[in-house]
Write a protein that binds this ligand. Structure first.
Ligand SMILES: [Zn+2]
Length: 185
């Protein structure tokens, strides 16, 4: 696969992760979605759902990895890549490393809890990990806009029950780092 084909594939997989993020929004959770990909095919999906599942660990990445591990009957996600709309937090980065995920591809940066370069970079620490490659900023604007819209709607006091709008690029054309206040997944 050429670099251009690889980038195109990454965007296609990120669009599926964005669909998962919309599922989270539809049930009133912070819209973050993830897919696990192996040998060019989607193996499992997940979306953020800590509130509804009464589970502080139920981030999109954990949900997708848990489903993938069950399918493979293996706690190591051998040759698997994880696509997630938001930069992983420290908990998810740890789980990703334990699972030996081959590559993590994320969309928007998370300036508050990002553990892949924004607050800390656990993947860059050779004492912790020798396995996981990181690709940042794939469809970052769409991924970030979804979060910004969610929090804007919530601040507007209209609750999270409305239909999720199509993600649109931020009006100010800002870069991949999207600020979203009140984040609390
Ligand atoms: Zn997380």
């Amino acid at each position: 696969m050429s670099d251009a084909e690889k980038a195109q594939f990454d965007r296609a997989m990120m669009r599926l992760a964005i669909d998962q993020a919309r599922n989270a929004w539809a049930v009133g959770e912070v819209p973050v979605g993830a897919v696990v990909v192996r040998e060019g095919a989607v193996l499992a999906t997940g979306y953020n759902q800590p509130i509804g599942s009464h589970d502080p660990t139920a981030h999109a990445e954990i949900c997708a990895m848990r489903a993938a591990s069950e399918l493979l009957a293996n706690y190591r996600l051998v040759d698997c890549d994880l696509y997630v709309t938001l930069e992983p937090c420290a908990m998810c980065a740890g789980a990703i490393m334990h699972a030996r995920v081959r590559r993590v591809v994320y969309g928007a940066r998370d300036p508050k809890t990002g553990a892949a370069g924004s607050v800390v970079d656990l993947f860059a620490d050779p004492r912790l990990n020798h396995h996981t490659e990181v690709t940042a900023g794939v469809l970052a604007d769409e991924c970030g806009a979804l979060l910004s819209s969610f929090f804007a709607e919530r601040r507007g006091g209209r609750g999270g029950s409305e239909a999720c709008p199509e993600a649109t690029p931020p009006p100010d054309g800002s870069g991949i780092e999207v600020r979203f206040e009140d984040q609390e997944r």
